[in-house]
Design a protein. Sequence first.
Length: 495
Amino acid sequence: MKIYLEDVFKTSGIPTYTFVKPPEYTKLLVALRTRGRGLVVEGPSGIGKTTCISKAIEELNLNNEVLILSARKIDDREYIKEIPRLGNNLGIIIIDDFHRLDQEVKRDLADFMKTLADEEVEDTKLILIGINKAGDTLIKFADDLNNRIDTIRFEVNPEDKVTELINKGEEALNIEFQEKEDIILHAKGSFHITQMLCKEGCIISEVIQNQEPKKIIDVSIEVIREKVLNELERTFFEPAKQFSTGTKLRREGRAPYLNMLKWLSESDDWTLQMDNAIAQHPEIKGSISQVVEKGFLENLINGNPQIQRVIHFDTSSKILSIEDPKFLFYIRNIIWNKFSIKIGFLGNRFDSKYDFALSFAGANRDLAEEIFNQLLENEVEVFYDKNEQHRILAENIEDYLAPIYQSEAKYVVVLISNDYPKRIWTKFESEQFQKRFGENAVIPVWYSDTNQSHFDESRKYGGISFDVNRSVEEEADRIVKLLLRKLSDERISNE
């Protein structure tokens, strides 16, 4: 009997020859068999959640009782909205990718699952399948739901399970992979990626059906990987680029979206909790916080269908996650410095905590805040005291500020007005960065009505004039453009 390659190493649909029961399979069987009690199945894409549930339903002979819906399909989404109002006797309803549903629909489903549990309804069972920590959103809507439903978390598959999958494929096709260990290593626990790599290895070796006699597949993992990546490049380069550049490419910025994608590629569970990411990467906390807190990240994903197909962002938990395991494999194999330059950034290496630190008298906060906001919109890191107040609490202020003005900021931008030399804190700050004039690291901004005898040292260096008779917004825009050009030149010279 002929057994075809595409039926053995399957990259879509339920495997016939290479299905492997994940560690969670037995627990899933029991949960499915328990009438009335809701079930949430969560875990990374490509792990095998949906396949596993389909196999378990088949084993329990429940196929005739099950309705499978997908939050990716428009018609299904309309039906899903009505489920909480359809009453009981609905049988088993599976909602795949439920994390993609609107918050209001999730809230209604959470209430419905709670009602089913409280009333001990046995003829209706709701099963929700989603990405990692997708169930957390339900609990937020109904915190007492946790004890009324079962939650099964699929983890990254252990190596022995991935090995089992490959062994089954080898047996079905009568082949042997010489570099099996390398395939397992590159799959990183994903059944989907394992299927893809094995299938490509067979195609390169011209194995399209079961062999007689046994054939050794000796193609190297490097060749397999490059073949796969070349195929994936055509599909995934654009969404990776569009996500990395955000709504507008800011070449001199700290590339918050690009960095988020890189961190996501390095995550073991294929998700990125943004608060944790910001804490772990303080060098770009300002630009990352900006795009998350102001809704730019959410709007970017929701407004771009190409990005939506591969990346999901849950606003309530602030979790960024991968939707497509093939996309994950693609970004995990990107050479990030080359990718960064290819899509238009000036570089992705930063040797300072801040790009700019602002030093100014309190009376000049209007200009300082306008400069800060405009710089932040351009995704650069700026030290601005008002933005750091929560971090300064309980700290020795002098110890906190001194290193910022001494070395941690690439450039110190000094707003020199008649008030500047009269204030205690500006005197302290200027003492910290005074020697940096000779390092070309201080950029004076002179108020046009300032007595020129004030801070005479600054007149030896190039600076910017601020016309007090013009609007603060217009002058700040002009100043920021000059600062960004200076930063851009510095980025280019460091490459």
